[in-house]
Write a protein that binds this ligand. Structure first.
Ligand code: THU
Length: 159
């Protein structure tokens, strides 16, 4: 038997002003679109902003449905829009923010498993690690690559 340890790296920032300028701009966009989410069932409003390699920023927010599984998370709305409209452009970074009753969540927002898998697909597709910025009042987390969110992930290499 052999045991290996997988190391994940998470950078923690106290507030938006501490982030590098490019991350600040992207996170402000994520915060801006959070209020436009359609989330009448959960009341949990999420906004995502994606920076493409070509410099374009696209945004998305969660879109819920009375048939719950038919809804979609903010991250995938933004990423799928990016891939649908700029299929040749890689994804450089994504910022995610979330609010309850219009107030930024305390603990940093964490993408669901399906969104992590979609991020992993984009990394493999464009062969570029995606910088991930996760907003919260207590801390803003920054991860360099989906490997730190989804270790041992399944990808086309496994097919
Ligand atoms: N949600 C997102 O949009 N992104 C996340 O990172 C976490 C969860 C949405 C899905 C659903 O509309 C609501 O938040 C509650 O789960």
């Amino acid at each position: 038997m052999k045991t290996t340890e997988i190391r994940i790296v998470v950078h923690e920032f106290e507030n938006i002003g501490e982030l590098p300028e490019a991350d600040q701009v992207l996170l402000r966009e994520a915060r801006r679109v959070t209020s436009m989410a359609y989330a009448p069932y959960s009341g949990f409003h999420v906004g995502a902003a994606v920076l493409l390699g070509n410099g374009t920023v696209v945004t998305g927010n969660n879109q819920e449905n009375s048939a719950y599984p038919s809804g979609l998370c903010a991250e995938r709305v933004a990423m799928f829009y990016a891939n649908a409209n700029y299929p040749d452009s890689d994804i450089k970074s994504i910022a995610v923010s979330a609010a309850k009753n219009g107030i930024l969540v305390g603990e940093s927002v964490k993408p669901c498993g399906a969104c992590r898998q979609a991020l992993a697909e984009a990394e493999v597709r464009f062969n570029r690690p995606i910088r991930i910025i996760l907003d919260g009042k207590d801390a803003i987390l920054v991860l360099q690559g989906v490997e730190s969110l989804l270790p041992l992930s399944f990808s086309k290499k496994d097919l």
